[in-house]
Design a protein around this ligand. Structure first.
Ligand SMILES: [Zn+2]
Length: 100
């Protein structure tokens, strides 16, 4: 098994994939709890906020293992859903952005 697969499996097994679901709009924000901070992943555009993301895209034309973890977690239905109200959306986003 490759190092990336190990990382992906431990993220999923440790339930570090979180779906923040805003209601009633059903907007989704996906994050993964990392060792030092929380990473924000956009599965639709294959974007991740971690520092390895751009490096991986430039070097290997491959997104980081967080992006892959999200798609695997979705497939296996192994993620935590945290529900929010829509009026919390903006403060949530600015919280993420200030954390990057
Ligand atoms: Zn990442």
């Amino acid at each position: 098994m490759s190092v990336n697969e190990d990382r992906i499996n431990s993220i999923i097994d440790e339930r570090r994939v979180k779906l923040h679901l805003f209601k009633p709009s059903k907007r989704e924000i996906w994050t993964i709890i990392g060792k030092e901070k929380e990473h924000w992943i956009d599965p639709n555009s294959n974007f991740c906020s971690c520092s390895g993301y751009y490096f991986g895209m430039i070097k290997n034309k491959n997104p980081c293992y967080h992006v892959k973890s999200i798609s695997k977690a979705k497939k296996e239905n192994k993620f935590e859903i945290i529900e929010f109200a829509d009026d919390e959306y903006e403060s949530f986003i600015s919280g993420i952005v200030s954390n990057l």
